[in-house]
Write a new protein. Structure first.
Length: 127
């Protein structure tokens, strides 16, 4: 069964951007990506693939600890009590510079130096 479904899927379809958090020796490190970029490549099974243009510190962190957390949110999706829902996505990730995911990224984002491939382990609503 896909890990991102139901309300979390709706939020991913609507989110404007996403925050991506990795852990380094010096603590948490947050970077961004656009919801539109995630939707351009599509969520396939448990995989989210994003274009990596920079993400040098993120890559360094992932080599030591591949755990990653993503936060997506949209006011357009109903929360349990009011308009707006967010979803915390937990998984593992790596930046690849060859293979299927990289080719898919390069075809849509020629400026990318790599593909950030996130394997989703869990997705949970926050509101
Ligand atoms: C909304 C948003 C979208 C972004 N999209 C991308 C992106 O698609 N690819 C990318 O490499 N950096 C993107 N960035 C920039 C990175 O978050 C930023 O350059 C980051 O500091 C670089 O990663 P690093 O600190 O791990 O080296 C985006 C930033 C924001 C705020």
């Amino acid at each position: 069964m896909a890990k991102i479904e139901g309300t979390c899927r709706e939020v991913c379809e609507a989110t404007e951007f996403m925050a991506i958090v990795t852990s380094g020796d010096d603590g948490p490190h947050v970077v961004g990506n656009w919801g539109h970029y995630m939707r351009t490549l599509g969520i396939k099974g448990d995989l989210i693939v994003l274009p990596a243009g920079r993400y040098h510190k993120t890559e360094q962190n992932l080599r030591k600890n591949n755990r990653v957390q993503l936060l997506v949110a949209s006011k357009a999706v109903k929360g349990t009590r009011s308009p707006g829902q967010g979803c915390l996505i937990t998984g593992t990730a790596e930046i690849v510079s060859s293979g299927e995911a990289f080719d898919a990224v390069k075809a849509k984002f020629p400026w990318a130096r790599g593909a950030l491939v996130i394997r989703v382990l869990e997705a949970a609503t926050q509101l």
